[in-house]
Each structure stands twice: as structure tokens, then as C-alpha cells.
Design a binder for this molecule. Structure first.
Ligand code: PIR
Ligand code: CA
Length: 321
């Protein structure tokens, strides 16, 4: 018997190699009740990332979670995609079978609103792992959503570095106006940024442990990590790729795995060199309440054992929500 009720989450993502791993962690971990997978343009165009969500769910046997497509581009800017890292498909590497998991009709923004409003107050957690366009649209369309949400735990931003530019992390860079809306809303925001996610490297020892599971899902993850690893080696000179997105899910599952510090986070929407930067004030220099939680330190072993258990669980056809 588990002591706690599983946490209801909506995973709003742009799959994406690490988004795929976030889907697997959310679906395969018993402490999470995955209510929907919503998609947003980011790593690739909306049709590509939505197809990728279907592909991952098909291979992982995730048949009881709706996949719903959202916004095809940022609020005001043209879309920027990341084929250098994720390939032309957005999920290059594995050989994908024809997906059998359908896309559920409707729009992700409406689905997010409906699911939050239908859940009990403080019951739903939002886990965005792509640009924040859908979440910002939902806030604007139904502001009463904000106080009903338990918390927002997002992958995005950084306080020490960028990845698309020296200052900006990709998810925030793609849609800074949306990020500004999300960080400014009156709800609990946890920023799991590059400072944290660069600690979640899929080292060769980790890849070996996943390969040893020897299931179709494990083989898919290994293929994903091989492609993602070579991209990261070429583009950023990393020996092992950081798997950003599942760390946000891990923070929801077990907050102790992801240490956080309180801060005020401002999103730069105008900087000539710094657009999309998350200016992180840990010391109150800007005079605003330190209302955000900013991820600083990862329990590497704890994170990977959660991730590997989830890969094994969905591999057993135990993808329950
Ligand atoms: C990762 C991403 C985009 C670009 C690069 N270079 C690396 C995607 C990941 O899916 C993750 O959500 C976030 N954006 C990390 O910046
Ligand atoms: Ca992502």
C-alpha cells in the first residue's frame, strides 16, 4: 500500500529526446498520475512533436493518457526549432513504428483549462518542458486557473548560463513573452534550469544500466540517448548528454532529489544580447519577493534510479496513470 495519493500532473512538452524520457518517467512512476500529454512547438514544429508524443506512447504502451496538440508557435515571435540537437524529426535515432496511440481532438490550451478546473483546488500540477506558450495562453484565457493549480514545475531557464545564446536557455528563448506571463503569475513556480539539468548526464554507465533492461522501451531510450549524445558531443563538446526534462518530473515525485533555493526570476524580453535570459535574484537586490524556487543541486543516483525504474515499469506494460 502506498501512503500518498499519486500527484496529478499535465506534461506540456515538445518531444524531443529528453521530453520522451519525461513522458516515460511520468507514466511509469507510481507516485504520478499523468492526466494528459499536451504538445507545443519548440524542438520541432507542432505536427512533428505531436507525432513524436504518439510514437513514444506507442512504444511504451501508454494508451490511457490523452495526447493533445497545442500552439504551433510562440505568442509574438517566429518559431525557432532545434534540429541541430534533436534532428529533422525532432526525435531522430530510433526506428519508429506506425503510431497506434491517437491524438485526442481539441486544443491543448482548452484541455489544460478544463483539467485544472475539473480537478480539486490545489490538485493539479503543471509540468512544462517546452516553450511556455500553451501555459501562458491558458492563464490569459482562464485566469481563475492560476489559484487552482498546485504548482508549476518547469524545465527552462538557468541562472549561470544559456544554451541557445550565452544568456538564454532554449525553452525561454523561444517564447520569452509566454515565460514572462508564467513567471509573473501568482502561483508557485519552480524553475528547473540548465544549472540543475546539466547535472543529469546520461553517462555510459547509466546507458549500460538502461541497456541491461533489454526491453523494447529500454532499447528505444538507448537509441535516443545515442543520437542525443552525439548531438551534444558535436554541438557543445559534452562527453555525455544532459537529460533536462525528466528532472522536472523527478522534482514532483520526490522534492528531495532536486534541491532548490528561493529567488525572484525576471524574464528578459527586450535585451539586445540577452533576450530570453532568466535573471535570477537570490538576494532580493531587485526588491521583489523571492517567490520562485530555483533548482540548484541534483541527487544524481536517486534521479537515475527513479528513471531506470520507470523505464522498466513501462517496459512491463505497467504504464498506468
Ligand atoms: C535541448 C533543448 C533545446 C535545445 C538544446 N540545445 C538542447 C530542449 C530540451 O527538450 C529541453 O526541454 C530544453 N529545450 C533544454 O534547453
Ligand atoms: Ca523539451
Amino acid at each position: 500500500m502506498r501512503e500518498t495519493v499519486p500527484r496529478k500532473i499535465i506534461l506540456d512538452c515538445d518531444p524531443g529526446h529528453d521530453d520522451a524520457m519525461a513522458i516515460i518517467l511520468a507514466a511509469g512512476n507510481p507516485d504520478i498520475s499523468l492526466q494528459a500529454i499536451t504538445t507545443v512547438a519548440g524542438n520541432q514544429t507542432l505536427p512533428k512533436v505531436t507525432l513524436n508524443a504518439q510514437r513514444v506512447c506507442t512504444v511504451a504502451g501508454i494508451t490511457n493518457v490523452p495526447v493533445i496538440a497545442g500552439c504551433a508557435g510562440p505568442l509574438v515571435r517566429p518559431l525557432v526549432v532545434a534540429p541541430d540537437i534533436h534532428g529533422e524529426s525532432g526525435l531522430d535515432g530510433p526506428q519508429w513504428p506506425e503510431p497506434t496511440v491517437p491524438v485526442t481532438p481539441g486544443h491543448a490550451v482548452d484541455a489544460i483549462i478544463d483539467l485544472v478546473m475539473a480537478a480539486g483546488e490545489g490538485e493539479m500540477t503543471l509540468v512544462p518542458t517546452g516553450p511556455l506558450t500553451n501555459i501562458a495562453m491558458a492563464v490569459r484565457k482562464e485566469p481563475r486557473l492560476v489559484p487552482r493549480v498546485r504548482e508549476v514545475v518547469l524545465m527552462g531557464g538557468a541562472y549561470t548560463r544559456g544554451n541557445v545564446t550565452p544568456a538564454a536557455e532554449f525553452n525561454i528563448y523561444v517564447d520569452p513573452e509566454a515565460a514572462d506571463i508564467v513567471f509573473s503569475a501568482d502561483w508557485s513556480v519552480t524553475m528547473v534550469g540548465l544549472d540543475l539539468t546539466h547535472q543529469a548526464r546520461a553517462t555510459s554507465a547509466v546507458v549500460d544500466r538502461i541497456a541491461a533492461l533489454d526491453t523494447p522501451v529500454a532499447r528505444m531510450v538507448v537509441d535516443l540517448l545515442h543520437f542525443f549524445g552525439s548531438s551534444y558531443q558535436q554541438e557543445q563538446g559534452f562527453e555525455a548528454p544532459p537529460v533536462h526534462d525528466p528532472t522536472a518530473v523527478a522534482r514532483v515525485i520526490n522534492p528531495a532529489l532536486v534541491e532548490c533555493a528561493d529567488a525572484f526570476v525576471a524574464v528578459e524580453t527586450m535585451g539586445k544580447w540577452t533576450a530570453g535570459m532568466t535573471v535570477t535574484d537570490f538576494r532580493g537586490k531587485l526588491g521583489f519577493p523571492l517567490a520562485a524556487h530555483v533548482a540548484t543541486r541534483l541527487d544524481f543516483d536517486g534521479f537515475w534510479s527513479l528513471m531506470i525504474d520507470a523505464i522498466a515499469a513501462v517496459g512491463q506494460g505497467a504504464a498506468v496513470s
